[in-house]
Design a protein. Structure first.
Length: 574
């Protein structure tokens, strides 16, 4: 195990290191620490976060962001933000801006190091010509279907293209004509000349450039040929002087190709290190599949609070601190695994519990009239804003003779374990009085529409001077002062833990993932929260005020429930 001393002055970037003393390092940090000690790259640490601007970032990307930016910061290094914009078919400026917002929201800053693959298109083209000149690349006329057939299988070697032995002069001529737009889409590719019998399929003469007459979001119509990702990615790292290139495990088999390009071009060689991607139960971590949910209008957009996107989590009320804590807890590993959604919810709940103001909100209201309470009287009850944080102080909540309570807090014929309000039963109103139900009023269909109760004026604040106990405590909102609201309750987007185990993952979409409650009643203090503000509705969970709110009706998204499944899982494991 490697450790870095606290008195390490930093690397050659001149920034102090932030590795904690005696902290055990994961395998990536061990590698970086060893490289710094040994003076590799002159002791420099320079990473990059390289998203493709073809969708919004999800929580899996948060793991990569925390790794790329976090390790650079810990070792006194630098981290670039670089957009791998080599495919104009799927890319859009909207995605570029959303990615920037998400990274800043997570708490990271690329400073002046914002780059795009398209910044290097001319340099990449010249590198491709170098490979042709060295006899290491050729223009191939095979169709995509023929390329797949010639490629072979894992048990059968591939077949060399009939165009593989074109002369350097012919290849240069064809490649330059490809650039000028002489040939239609898909008619030719530039391929690396490596080894069609390699056991690594990525080394069987992979494509370097394809013809694509599509307008690019940054370069416009300047190019009609675009570099393939495997070719572009390693060159971008090299051009920017990246020392450590972190990526997920699916790129491990691509590393020999990454190395081959850099070695053959004889240019700066970063080190690629792979780690396991983040997989989460009851969701999918593919931008393509998430885009399908948006396109088919299964969700309202990329920022739908049911989505695992960072914008969706933010709209749901999740804080960046909770996400970073979650990423830190799951750590970095070399083996793929799936993390239980309950752990993410636990981290969210743990964070919000410390920071959120408690409010009272009645989601399915039932009217209560206190018949012996003066009709024109209003008094204020003292509430603690957050029992976890004394500095949060107190607030005064209005109380009157007409209240709303939660419909589920009353049963006309209570079962044995029911401890809340019932006919001729006394309960405590949170920070209020003891009340007793004396009459139940119903509509013509037999539905309970109102409860008539009495109160004990000596129990103000929720305690009886005679020391008598009651079975339950319920929350309430003064009807005269109630604020109207709409509340959205969310469940998992998919009904099974592993949606991708099915042939069609869309068949596992949970039809009950969203429940909308209208006519909810909140205490007046709820109006003091801006859009994005998160609170705890006592006994109901954590909720975030949504941008759909209007002056007449606030909209609140449930962030997470109060029940902590993860703690129960840990207890059961013990």
């Amino acid at each position: 195990m490697y450790y870095l001393p606290l008195n390490n002055p930093g690397n050659l970037n001149g920034r102090p290191m932030k590795i904690e003393e005696n902290r055990g390092l994961d395998f990536i940090r061990e590698t970086v620490a060893r490289d710094v000690r040994n003076g590799k790259h002159g002791g420099r640490v320079h990473t990059r976060f390289p998203p493709e601007p073809n969708g919004y970032l999800h929580i899996g990307h948060a793991k990569a962001i925390c790794t790329d930016f976090g390790i650079a910061e810990e070792f006194g290094g630098l981290c670039n933000l670089r957009f791998d914009d080599t495919n104009p078919v799927t890319e859009d400026e909207e995605y570029v801006e959303s990615i920037k917002r998400d990274i800043r929201w997570l708490g990271f800053d690329w400073e002046d190091r914002l780059y795009f693959a398209s910044d290097y298109f001319e340099q990449m083209y010249l590198y491709a010509e170098q490979l042709i000149t060295k006899g290491l690349a050729y223009v191939c006329d095979l169709t995509p279907e023929e390329v797949r057939r010639y490629r072979g299988t894992l048990t059968r070697a591939g077949i060399e293209s009939p165009y593989r032995n074109r002369s350097v002069e012919e290849n240069l001529d064809l490649f330059r004509r490809m650039r000028t737009g002489e040939f239609p889409d898909g008619s030719r590719t530039l391929r690396a000349k490596i080894d069609m019998s390699s056991p690594n399929m990525n080394m069987r003469d992979p494509a370097i450039y394809r013809i694509l007459h599509r307008r690019h979001h940054r370069t416009g119509d300047a190019w009609c040929i675009y570099p393939m990702y495997d070719f572009a990615h390693c060159l971008e790292d090299s051009i920017e002087g990246i020392t450590h290139s972190f990526c997920t495990l699916e790129f491990e088999d691509h590393r020999p190709l990454y190395d081959w390009f850099l070695d053959k071009l004889e240019i700066f060689h970063p080190q690629q290190i792979e780690f396991a991607r983040l997989n989460l139960t009851y969701t999918v971590m593919s931008k393509r599949k998430l885009a399908m949910l948006v396109e088919k209008r299964i969700v309202s957009g990329w920022d739908d609070p049911r989505m695992p996107t960072l914008s969706g989590l933010r709209r749901r009320g999740v804080t960046p601190e909770a996400i970073r804590n979650f990423i830190d807890r799951i750590g970095l590993a070399k083996r793929d695994s799936t993390v239980d959604m309950a752990l993410l919810e636990h981290c969210i709940r743990e964070d919000l519990n410390r920071r959120c103001t408690r409010l009272m909100g009645v989601l399915e209201p039932l009217k209560v009239t206190i018949v012996d309470y003066p009709g024109d009287r209003t008094e204020e009850m003292e509430f603690v804003n957050n029992p976890e944080d004394e500095s949060a102080g107190i607030r005064m909540v209005p109380f009157s003779g007409e209240l709303f309570i939660e419909r589920e807090d009353f049963q006309e014929n209570p079962h044995r374990k029911f401890k809340r309000l019932a006919p001729d039963r006394e309960v405590r109103l949170r920070y209020g009085y003891f009340i007793r139900c004396v009459e139940v009023i119903k509509d013509d269909d037999g539905n309970v529409i109102e409860l008539l109760c009495t109160h004990d004026p000596d129990t103000r604040g929720g305690n009886a001077p005679d020391g008598r106990k009651v079975g339950g405590t319920i929350h309430w909102v003064s009807a005269r002062h109630a604020v109207n609201a709409t509340v959205r309750l969310y469940d998992t987007l998919f009904s099974v833990a592993n949606p991708l185990a099915r042939d069609d993952f869309l068949e596992t979409v949970n039809p009950h993932s969203l429940k909308v409650l209208r006519g909810c009643k909140l205490e007046p203090a709820s109006t003091g929260f801006e859009t994005g503000g998160t609170v705890q509705f006592e006994r109901k969970g954590y909720f975030c005020k949504d941008p759909d709110s209007t002056p007449d009706n606030s909209v609140w998204n449930r962030t997470v429930t109060l029940r902590d499944t993860w703690k129960r899982i840990l207890r059961n494991e013990k």
